[in-house]
Design a protein around this ligand. Structure first.
Ligand code: FAD
Ligand code: NAP
Length: 261
């Protein structure tokens, strides 16, 4: 367990679960009451906790899916077999309470990137959450000409938020090719999506930029990568070889990463 997950919050509140949407038996969305004064930017995460077996509460970080102006907070969860917290989160019902630390955290914030023409938002599994938050935030991505969301999951049923993303695509413009493209990738059901194979491989052979009809060079493209740390590591290597540079405190870059474990 990382030190990030170990940290005990200084100030927390117990908030009511207002609704639950189950995408599969092991993947679900929770909405909870938003604590007064809780502020965040798209890309931030919250620390959520539950008392487990009468012991101290177990706390973990979760990316916020809702937009900053939403009156509730929304999160996307996957059940980790025997997971210390997710197995308890999976049993929550409407009206139950979840603890939340009264602060938002993180550096996976799009404004860290240098200005560019095309924003690639790449996710595996629950790493999609920050992008849904960004797309729900009016005006958040105005500075880009093109937007591409790439979501890789094992099975088609795990393409959470697909309908919402398709609605954003439809709202994003022209009948032929709008400003936003959504590229779902299913890796363990052959033929389920137009592209199959892992994201780094689809970038390396050029099929992903071709399929999306978007440029992928460091002069004009900006890339956000969120989810599985092995994916992140492979992406960092591939992007570095292509000339993309990381964001630093002192200088905006062309690539930004969030690792979930
Ligand atoms: C910044 C940040 C944001 C996060 N946002 C989310 C989120 O939005 N949704 C979410 O479900 N989790 C998210 N996580 C992971 C989350 O904090 C927990 O690690 C996860 O819920 C497992 O906790 P657990 O106690 O059930 O499992 P543990 O008993 O702690 O087991 C952890 C193991 O589960 C696997 N694992 C952990 N998280 C995931 C995941 N999301 N997808 C696939 N495998 C995973 C890894 O193998 C990891 O080593 C995030 C983590 C970080 C650091
Ligand atoms: N039915 C169940 O009980 C069930 C169902 C789903 C998940 N889970 C549990 O949830 C966790 C996994 O969740 P998840 O499926 O969301 O996460 P995941 O294992 O990270 O897989 C999500 C997507 O990321 C891809 N991926 C994995 N490693 C990659 C890499 N190095 N580079 C590029 N892409 C990569 C996967 O492709 P690949 O398919 O090629 O790996 C898949 O498309 C596990 O603990 C699992 O046991 C359980």
């Amino acid at each position: 367990m990382s030190s990030l997950q170990d940290a005990r919050p200084k100030r927390s509140a117990a908030q009511r679960v207002t609704s639950i949407r189950r995408w599969t038996d092991t993947l679900w969305t929770l909405r909870i009451e938003r604590p007064d004064g809780f502020r965040f930017q798209p890309g931030h995460y919250a620390k959520l906790g539950l008392p487990v077996d009468d012991a101290d509460a177990v706390w973990r970080p979760y990316s916020i899916v809702s937009a900053p102006e939403d009156g509730e907070l929304e999160f996307l969860f996957i059940l980790i077999p025997d997971g210390a917290l997710s197995s308890h989160m999976a049993r929550l019902r409407e009206g139950d309470r979840v603890m939340i630390e009264l602060a938002a955290f993180g550096f996976f914030v799009e404004t860290q990137l240098a200005p560019g023409d095309t924003l690639w938002m790449m996710a595996t599994g629950t790493g999609l959450g920050p992008y849904v938050s960004l797309l729900r935030t009016p005006g958040a991505l105005e500075r880009y000409r093109d937007l591409v969301v790439v979501h890789s999951v094992r099975e088609a049923a795990e393409l959470a938020y697909a309908d919402e993303l398709r609605a954003h695509v439809a709202a994003s413009g022209a009948a032929e090719q709008g400003r936003l493209r959504y590229v779902p990738i299913v890796t363990r059901e052959p033929g389920a999506t137009g592209l199959s194979g892992r994201i780094p491989q689809l970038l390396a052979d050029g099929s992903l930029p071709r399929h999306a009809g978007a440029t992928f060079d460091p002069a004009s493209a900006r890339v956000m990568v969120c989810g599985n740390p092995a994916f992140s590591k492979e992406m960092r290597q591939l992007l570095t070889e292509r000339g993309f540079v990381p964001c630093r405190r002192s200088a905006a870059g062309s690539m930004l990463f969030e690792n979930y474990w």
